[in-house]
Design a protein around this ligand. Structure first.
Ligand SMILES: Cc1cc2nc3c(=O)[nH]c(=O)nc-3n(C[C@H](O)[C@H](O)[C@H](O)COP(=O)(O)OP(=O)(O)OC[C@H]3O[C@@H](n4cnc5c(N)ncnc54)[C@H](O)[C@@H]3O)c2cc1C
Length: 349
C-alpha cells in the first residue's frame, strides 16, 4: 500500500506548519497559564483559509476530505500547541458536517460562511451528565411551541462554550421510552449560544486550559424552527456525519502530540549527550530513550488501520542495513524511531 503523501497533501502539511510556526512555545504556555483562548492563532488559521478545509467550495471552503483534514490537524498538534491548538479549531472541521450534509441552502449560507471566515465559533452540545457514550439516553428535551421549540436540559464537557457564538445541540423531541428505537426521537439544532439565557459554567481541569470545558445549563430556552437541522426525530443519524470523521481527527491529533514529544525528547537527549550523528547516538548510548519509545510505530499502525496516509517518503522499510525495523512491533530502536518520524525525513521543521 502506498502511503506517500501527494503533492497537495505535502503542501497542506507545509502551509499549516508555516502558520503554526508563528506561535512559539511561550505563546502556548501563556495561553494555558492564563486560561486564555488562543484568539490570535484562531484568527491566523482563519485568515489562511484553514477553518474551511472541509466546507463546501461554493461557500468559501476547500471542499476537501477527512485525509486532508487529518494531515492538517496532525501538523497543528505536532507544532508545539498540542491539544490546545488542536482543540481551538477542531470543532470547525467536522462538527458542522451535519449542516454540510443535511442543512438547507439557506442554513448552510447563514451558518457555514461565518465559521469559515472565523467570524463565529461553534460548540458541540451532545454529552450529558448521565449520557456520555450512551448518547441515546440524553434527556435534554425540545418541546414544540409556536414557531419553534422550548429546550431544557444539561450538557456536560461542552468545549469552547465560553467563546462560542453557536451551539450544535442534540435534544430529544420524543422520549426514549416512547420512541420506536433508541436512536429515533432525537432532533438536532444549531442555534445561538446566548450566555445571558444559557448558563455556561467552566469546569476546572488539569490541562488544556487555553480551551475551556463547561457544564451547560439550558432552561426553557427558545430555539426557532429555522434552527432545526433536517427533520424532527432524525437528529442522531445526522449527528453521525459529524461524529464519525471527527473521531479520526481526535486519533491523529494524539499521534501528532506524541510525535512532537518524541522529537523534543530526542533533541534534548542528543544535546545532552553531545550526539552529532544518529549512528553515534545509538552506539554510544545503547539504553537511550529511543529504545523505549514505540510511538511512531503505534502511529503508523493507526494510520494504516484508518488508511489515512500520513507517512512521508521514503517508506518505512522492513529490514535494513542496521537490523530490524519491526513494522507491527511495539518496540522500535532509536534509529527506527527516527526512520519513522517525519522530522527525520525533513517533512517537519
Ligand atoms: C476535555 C473534554 C472535552 C470534551 N468536549 C466535549 C464537547 O465539546 N461536546 C460534547 O458533547 N462532549 C464533550 N466531551 C465529552 C466526551 O465526548 C465524553 O467524555 C464521552 O462521550 C464519554 O462520555 P463519559 O465521559 O460520560 O464516559 P462514559 O460514557 O461514562 O464512559 C466511561 C467508560 O465506561 C465505558 N462504558 C460506558 N458505558 C458502558 C457500558 N454500557 N458497558 C461497558 N462499558 C461502558 C466506556 O467505554 C468508557 O470507557 C468532552 C470530554 C472531555 C474530557
Amino acid at each position: 500500500m502506498d502511503l506517500a503523501l501527494t503533492e497537495l497533501q505535502q503542501e497542506i502539511d507545509a502551509s499549516v506548519r508555516k502558520v503554526c510556526a508563528q506561535f512559539p512555545d511561550s505563546y502556548w504556555h501563556d495561553c494555558d497559564e492564563r486560561a486564555r483562548f488562543p484568539e490570535e492563532f484562531y484568527a491566523a488559521m482563519a485568515a489562511a483559509g484553514w477553518l474551511g478545509i472541509t466546507m463546501p467550495q461554493e461557500l468559501g471552503g476547500a471542499g476537501l476530505g477527512v485525509t486532508e483534514a487529518a494531515i492538517m490537524m496532525h501538523a497543528v498538534s505536532s507544532s508545539g500547541g498540542a491539544q490546545a491548538a488542536a482543540s481551538s479549531i477542531h470543532i470547525n472541521l467536522f462538527g458542522p458536517h451535519a449542516i454540510v450534509v443535511h442543512g438547507t441552502p439557506e442554513q448552510k449560507k447563514r451558518w457555514l460562511e461565518p465559521l469559515i471566515k472565523g467570524d463565529e465559533k461553534a460548540c458541540f452540545g451532545v454529552t450529558e451528565p448521565d449520557a456520555g457514550l450512551d448518547t441515546t439516553s440524553i434527556t435534554t428535551f425540545a418541546r414544540k411551541v409556536n414557531g419553534g421549540y422550548r429546550v431544557s436540559g444539561r450538557k456536560m464537557w461542552t468545549s469552547t462554550a465560553q467563546e462560542a457564538h453557536k451551539i450544535l445541540l442534540l435534544t430529544r423531541t420524543t422520549s426514549k421510552a416512547d420512541s420506536r428505537r433508541p436512536t429515533e426521537g432525537m432532533t438536532l439544532f444549531y442555534s445561538d449560544l446566548d450566555r445571558k439565557k444559557i448558563e455556561v459554567k467552566r469546569i476546572k481541569k488539569l490541562g488544556r486550559n487555553a480551551v475551556d470545558s463547561n457544564a451547560t445549563f439550558i432552561d426553557d430556552y427558545f430555539v426557532p424552527d429555522a434552527d432545526r437541522i433536517g427533520e424532527e426525530g432524525k437528529g442522531f443519524h445526522y449527528l453521525l456525519d459529524s461524529l464519525n470523521p471527527e473521531r479520526i481527527l481526535v486519533g491523529i491529533e494524539a499521534i501528532g502530540i506524541g510525535r512532537d514529544a518524541l522529537s523534543r525528547a530526542a533533541k534534548i537527549c542528543a544535546r545532552a549527550c553531545g550526539v552529532r550523528s544518529p549512528n553515534r547516538e545509538e552506539s554510544r548510548h545503547p539504553t537511550s530513550i529511543g529504545r523505549e519509545l514505540d510511538l511512531p510505530g503505534v502511529g503508523l499502525l493507526d494510520v494504516h488501520a484508518r488508511r489515512v496516509p500520513l507517512r512521508p517518503r521514503p517508506a518505512l522499510r522492513r529490514g535494513s542495513e542496521r537490523g530490524q525495523v519491526p513494522v507491527g512491533s511495539r518496540r522500535l530502536r532509536c534509529s527506527d524511531a527516527r526512520r519513522a518520524h517525519p522530522w527525520w525525513h525533513g517533512l517537519c521543521p
